[in-house]
Write a protein that binds this ligand. Structure first.
Ligand SMILES: Nc1ncnc2c1ncn2[C@@H]1O[C@H](COP(=O)(O)OP(=O)(O)O)[C@@H](O)[C@H]1O
Ligand SMILES: [Mg+2]
Length: 386
């Protein structure tokens, strides 16, 4: 089965270098590979010192590189759809998108949809995604879930209801329902979003890889990132600690730095016990060009670097004596950062700027949430018959 690897982390920690090294290794292993960048500040072109076009460009045998130009894709593939969506989202309403906190730009969403499309074409054995810095990636990853939830709730897609509701919707629902042509577009978009969500959450298909450096801010951000990824049930199955100073430097100046780095490496190891960790040294040159990136391949990327771990923490819903138990892994969260409540047919988990609506199965609509407890790295929510 083809797989997708998404590299994310704070700005400047080495996402592009690490992702590229993986792509080169994958190609050298004989797997047809696509390296794709969704970061608006594209730098794959710089790295390969090559002009990249609007379509994938072959760099070495088995490796195509693709810097998505969202405006171009938007214009060609999703024009009307994006217009209707833009309208829907920008409307000020009680039930509007502002409920959901951060909303990514249409451009980033389009990049992700494009990747899903390329995946489905089945040309590539591996798709390696070089992402924008953490915040943007997070809002991007959670967006399909939020948007499809929203569409499901407020647009009975594919039902006559839209036509019936359209004249009154603006007043009643405080949402402007799109015209009929746009509905087809939205339907298409909706199906794509559902597909995209399934793709990104399928542990057999998608791996999220976190890149960090041994410094305080980066360690903190990596932990938060991991927490949110878990909240949204993504498969984080590896972490890279980059820019590690070599131990054999013969210069007093670095003694203190070696000690500081050592401390944060240990912190990261303690945070991510159970996950595979790869260590990347600080090289004596900028990682430009195939040769430089090849150093990471040789020094770090072991045989099993593409293996996906299926046994990480994951969401679980099960019957127990009192009723049903929903378990969501949220490591490193403090009790008072979390807010949990039931809202009609969803259970809502709020954490800082993030909010996740987990739809409840029909079978437990007559149940209510009776407790929510943090136990180890899981949030356990108990449901009992009303
Ligand atoms: N291990 C390393 N040794 C030396 N230079 C590095 C290393 N990792 C990254 N760099 C350099 O640091 C800069 C930022 O790396 P990059 O991979 O572009 O980070 P990001 O994509 O996370 O912003 C680049 O100039 C890159 O060549
Ligand atoms: Mg980058």
């Amino acid at each position: 089965m083809s797989r997708i690897y998404i590299f994310t982390g704070k700005g400047g920690v080495g996402k592009t270098s690490t992702a590229t090294a993986h792509a080169v290794k994958s190609a050298n292993d004989g797997v047809k590979t696509l390296l794709v960048s969704t970061d608006m500040a594209h730098n794959l072109g710089d790295l390969f010192e090559k002009e990249l076009g609007r379509e994938p460009v072959e760099i070495i045998p088995n490796l195509d590189v693709y810097e998505i130009d969202p405006e171009y894709v938007l214009e060609h593939d999703f024009h009307e759809m994006s217009e209707s969506l833009r309208k829907m989202i920008s409307l000020d309403s009680d039930v509007g998108m502002e409920d959901f906190g951060m909303i990514p730009g249409m451009e980033e969403l389009v990049s992700l949809l494009k990747i899903a499309e390329v995946y489905k074409e089945g040309i590539y054995g591996r798709i390696i995604v070089d992402c924008a810095p953490t915040g943007e990636t997070l809002s991007l990853l959670k967006f399909p879930e939020l948007l499809s939830w929203y569409v499901e709730k407020f647009l009975p897609v594919g039902k006559v209801a839209i036509r019936v509701l359209a004249p009154v919707s603006k007043k009643l629902l405080k949402v402007e329902l799109p015209n009929r042509e746009a509905i087809n577009d939205i339907e298409r978009m909706y199906l794509k979003l559902v597909e995209l969500q399934e793709l990104l959450k399928d542990r057999e298909i998608t791996s999220i890889r976190l890149v960090a450096v041994p410094e305080k801010m980066a360690v903190e951000e990596t932990k938060r990132n991991y927490m949110y990824m878990n909240l949204y049930n993504f498969n984080v199955d590896g972490i890279y600690i980059n820019r590690i100073l070599p131990k054999d430097i013969d210069n007093k100046f670095f003694d203190k730095w070696l000690e500081i780095q050592g401390r944060y490496v240990i912190q990261l190891e303690e945070c991510f016990t159970g996950l595979p960790i790869w260590y990347i040294r600080w090289y004596d040159e900028e990682l430009k060009g195939l040769d430089a990136v090849g150093r990471i391949c040789r020094d770090v990327l072991t045989e099993d670097v593409f293996a996906s771990r299926m046994d990480g923490p994951r969401e679980e819903f099960r019957e127990n004596e009192q009723g049903y138990l929903l378990r969501v892994p949220i490591p490193y969260v403090e009790k008072d950062e979390l807010d949990v409540y039931q809202s009609e047919s969803d259970v809502v988990i709020k954490l800082g700027n993030f909010k996740r609506n987990i739809p409840l199965p029909d079978s437990i609509r007559t149940y209510e949430i009776t407790s929510a407890k943090l136990e180890k790295e899981y949030l356990n929510m108990q449901f009992e018959l009303k």
